[in-house]
Design a protein around this ligand. Structure first.
Ligand SMILES: [Mg+2]
Length: 311
């Protein structure tokens, strides 16, 4: 029987984490379990497995955990298996990996179907699902991680109102294809999903070599924020239909601003800058995914309707 190395954080708390750990121990015949206390520790373990000739490694975690390991998986030419145990698990959802059924999630790995997903970089730092320059990054920056653990998605809403009243920044967006426009907020999508369940980039494919971006114009900033508030209360609200939003597909772009602007990568705050260069890595991230998307259990489908935050 094949045995996959699996890296998990033994300090994760909460019902989800303890259920996952129980599942791992029950399946220890097929999973070689490695507890990792830190990012450095996880990197060390993964390098060790790669040195031993291991080609496939499973990570248990959320979008932030996966994001931190992208470079290592690319450099060591490894395939990533995902057991989603984070708050949002956007990347897992995008790939159709079940986020509420550990058994089914593990089965998607055992089925050995591998997909190569585009990796984009902002000033060198990678992301596989989504990124944002401006408004959403600011909200994430303002959200205390402890509160996020306690309140879940609600924690972001609280910060959203804090960031609400701030003056919109001014950015210049220039695409590799020669398009140039002004904006106050830029969302970048590698896949269709942004935040938990929201298909913000409806036509985006994460293996077409293109990035889907939404640029919110400065003039429409307030309108769009109002719009986003509507969207929060009614997720069926069509985001891309707004007048003040331009949708572009591009191979790469540059964003510049006089003032420093925050950026988020796969939902994690990643600092601020006045210049952002966004490029695609020539290598794709190999990830196990189901041949067909597996829908989640009914109670999660219901959860999608009652969810009030796109992050
Ligand atoms: Mg794409």
């Amino acid at each position: 029987m094949k045995r996959y190395p699996l890296i998990f954080n033994p300090n994760s708390r909460g019902e989800k984490a303890s259920k996952a750990q129980q599942f791992f121990f029950q399946n220890a015949q097929e999973l070689a379990l490695y507890a990792s206390q830190s990012v450095e520790n996880a990197i060390e373990l993964i390098n060790h497995f790669a040195d031993q000739g291991e080609k496939e490694i499973i990570l248990s975690g959320g979008d932030g955990t996966l994001n931190q390991m992208i470079d290592l998986f690319l450099d060591r030419n490894l395939t990533m298996g995902i057991i989603p145990t984070g708050t949002m698990n956007v990347y897992a959802r995008e790939l159709g990996i079940p986020t509420t059924n550990l058994e089914k999630a593990f089965q998607t790995i055992k089925d050995e179907h591998i997909s190569e997903v585009d990796v984009f970089r902002i000033n060198g730092a990678p992301f596989v699902q989504m990124a944002g320059i401006g408004y959403d990054a600011h909200i994430i920056q303002e959200t205390c991680p402890k509160l996020k653990k306690k309140l879940g998605p609600l924690a972001y809403l609280q910060s959203a109102f804090k960031v609400f009243g701030l003056k919109p920044p001014s950015m210049l967006i220039e695409t590799e294809e020669g398009e140039s426009l002004d904006g106050a907020f830029v969302l970048l999508g590698n896949g269709a999903l942004y935040g938990g369940h929201f298909e913000v980039f409806r036509d985006a494919k994460n293996n077409d070599g293109l990035l889907d971006i939404l640029v919110v114009k400065k003039a429409g900033y307030q309108a769009v924020i109002d719009f986003a508030t509507n969207y929060l209360t009614d997720p069926s609200f069509p985001f891309e239909g707004a007048d003040h939003i331009t949708h572009i597909q591009t191979k790469g772009l540059r964003v510049t601003s006089k003032k420093e602007i925050p950026v988020e990568l796969d939902g994690e705050y990643a600092g601020g800058a006045t210049e952002f260069t966004i490029t695609r890595d020539e290598r794709g991230l190999k990830t196990f995914k189901p041949v067909e998307k597996i829908s989640n259990d009914w109670h999660e489908a219901l959860g999608a309707f009652s969810s009030i935050s796109p992050w």
